[in-house]
Design a protein around this ligand. Structure first.
Ligand code: RTP
Ligand code: MG
Length: 156
C-alpha cells in the first residue's frame, strides 16, 4: 500500500532592496505566520535578469524604474510552503501600493515596510503558474516544483 501523500503549496517570496535592512524581522514574521522556508538565497540581479523576471510588465510606464530598482542591490529570495501559500503570502504582503495598503490592509508587510509604489518591500507570486516559473527562475540549480493543493504529485 502506498504511504499517504501530503500536498503543500509553494510560492516565491522576495525581500526587495529597500527592505533588506529589515530581512531578519520579515523572516520572523514569515515563520510566525506558519510558512516553512524551503529554500533561501541572497542574489544581486543584473538589469537583464530583473527585466526577465518581471517580463510580464515589459512596455509599461514603470518598467524601467522597476528594473533599475530590482537590480540596484542584493535581494533575498525564498521558496515558502504552507497550505494555500500563494494567496496566504499575497494576503500578508498586501496591495502593491503601500499608501493604499495602509488604508485597506493596515499592518500588512507593505504597510509596515513599503516606501512607495516601486519600493514596496516584498514580492509574492500571483498564481500557481507564476510560482512555478519564478521558483525555477531563482532556484534553477535545485528545482523544487510548486505543488497546487489537491494536485497529484510524483512519489519521492
Ligand atoms: P510584485 O510582483 O512585486 O509582487 O508586485 P505586485 O504583484 O503587487 O504588483 P505588479 O503589478 O506585479 O507590479 C510589480 C512591481 O512593479 C512596481 N510597480 N511600480 N510606479 C508604479 O506605478 C508601479 N507599479 C508597480 C512595484 O515594485 C510592484 O511590486
Ligand atoms: Mg506581480
Amino acid at each position: 500500500m502506498k504511504p499517504p501523500q501530503i500536498y503543500v503549496e509553494r510560492t516565491l517570496a522576495i525581500i526587495k532592496p529597500d527592505a533588506m535592512n529589515k530581512a531578519a524581522e520579515i523572516e520572523d514574521i514569515i515563520l510566525r505566520n506558519g510558512f516553512t522556508i524551503l529554500q533561501k538565497r541572497k542574489v544581486h540581479l543584473s538589469p537583464e535578469q530583473a527585466s526577465d523576471f518581471y517580463v510580464e510588465h515589459y512596455g509599461k510606464m514603470f518598467f524601467p524604474s522597476l528594473v533599475a530598482y530590482m537590480s540596484s542591490s542584493p535581494i533575498t529570495v525564498y521558496v515558502l510552503a504552507k497550505d494555500k501559500a500563494i494567496s496566504a503570502w499575497r494576503e500578508l504582503i498586501g496591495p502593491t501600493n503601500p499608501f493604499k495598503a495602509r488604508e485597506t490592509h493596515p499592518g500588512c508587510l507593505r504597510d509596515t515596510y513599503g516606501k512607495d509604489q516601486t519600493r514596496n518591500a516584498v514580492h509574492g507570486s500571483d498564481s500557481f503558474i507564476s510560482a512555478q516559473r519564478e521558483i525555477r527562475f531563482m532556484f534553477h540549480d535545485n528545482v523544487i516544483e510548486p505543488i497546487a493543493a489537491g494536485q497529484e504529485c510524483k512519489d519521492y
